[in-house]
Design a binder for this molecule. Structure first.
Ligand code: NCD
Ligand code: ZN
Length: 349
């Protein structure tokens, strides 16, 4: 077999990203803006981004935080609460910069307290989103404490997602950061209105990584890493399926917030996202599908134009720093202190 040493692809976008705010935002946004043209920006700030006016202000802060000379388009989202109005949905649609609404089950993950406890209360909002063709992005995990943490995505698909898709057949729905064989199977059997994003950690790691030689807080994210057969299913879908696309879920937390008595969930991958995806695709001999995953299926699903510039990836051994700046603190990036096997070249395409 000929070993690919170099490939070019259309500039990618990240369809699920946490940028935070303030000094932390200024430290992380450049990692994504360096190589990605656009990103769907998650609204789980404190307090959350609930209105078009809040999304506009947050977008302005992101643009102001960009390193000089970078062109990057933040695609904003609204945080769905039980008080979101149908008027806000209509305003989002005409804003031109709000591209989706994010649904967090209350208590499911970081900064999700203001999320939805009772799905029935948001049905009119789903109705309006369907009418205005505004996509619904789903954190697909139940919060029922009776359900084992490793089964929460599967239970969400069975108890809630299937019903949403059945009741709102024209609503575009993204099952964010899909992690299970059941989640993958649901998206595959659903129609073209249903898609999923896939993170680098769920392609490269199974749940063993959480306990490799000891307890690894920097491998802790939600949805939690799963068994190997789930990783295999997610990898097969990302490298062959039509409606699976790149969404890093890069979610920075200070080292002290992760290495604590109750560590925060979230893995920072923006410093090396495309390189890590390339490694996962290469491992199964599917580098030929990386461009579709990273640069084509996402804009096609969102109804946005594909990027036009090309970037190059070449095989190279690159060491990842042990830490990166993060406001007043430091964060530990994915693969910290380890080696990447790909490097991005923008100058020589
Ligand atoms: C995310 C965060 O830190 O904001 N954490 C995570 O583990 N993925 C929230 C989320 O997307 O669940
Ligand atoms: Zn996320």
């Amino acid at each position: 077999m000929v070993r690919t040493m170099r490939l070019t692809l259309l500039q990618p976008d990240d369809w699920h990203l946490h940028l935070r705010d303030g000094a932390a935002l200024r430290d992380v946004v450049g990692h994504t803006a360096r190589h990605f043209a656009r990103a769907i920006v998650m609204p789980n700030l404190k307090p959350p981004v609930r209105t078009v006016a809040e999304a506009r202000a947050y977008r302005d802060r992101i643009l102001a935080a960009l390193p000089a000379g970078t062109a990057f388009e933040p695609l904003m989202t609204l945080y769905l609460t039980e008080r979101t109005t149908v008027e806000e949905i209509a305003a989002a649609r005409v804003s031109g910069f709000v591209h989706a609404v994010k649904y967090y089950p209350a208590g499911a993950t970081t900064n999700s307290d203001a999320g939805v406890s009772d799905l029935d209360r948001v049905r009119p909002v789903f109705e309006a989103m369907q009418a205005h063709d505004l996509p619904l992005l789903v954190h697909g995990e139940v919060t029922d404490p009776e359900v084992d943490v490793f089964d929460r995505e599967r239970a969400f698909v069975e108890r809630h997602l299937a019903g949403i898709v059945r009741d709102f057949p024209a609503l575009r729905v993204v099952l964010e950061h899909v992690t299970t064989a059941e989640g993958v199977a649901f998206v595959q059997q659903a129609g073209r209105h249903v898609a999923a994003t896939v993170t680098p950690q769920h392609l490269l790691w199974n749940r063993g990584e959480l306990f490799r030689g000891g307890l690894r807080p920097h491998a802790w994210c939600l949805p939690v890493l799963k068994r190997e057969h789930h990783r295999q299913a997610v990898l097969a879908a990302a490298t062959t399926g039509d409606r699976f696309f790149l969404g890093t879920d890069s979610a920075p937390h200070a080292r002290s917030a992760k290495q604590s008595d109750c560590g925060c969930a979230g893995i920072f991958s923006a410093h090396a996202a495309l390189e890590l995806y390339a490694e996962a695709f290469d491992a199964v001999g599917r580098l030929d599908r990386l461009e579709a995953f990273a640069s084509e299926r996402g804009p096609d699903f969102y109804g946005l134009p594909r990027n036009t510039r090309r970037i190059a990836l070449e095989r190279a051994e690159v060491t990842v720093p042990a830490e990166l700046p993060f406001g007043d603190e430091r964060l530990v990036p994915m693969r910290a202190g380890g080696t990447l096997h790909w490097r991005i070249r923008e100058d020589d395409v």
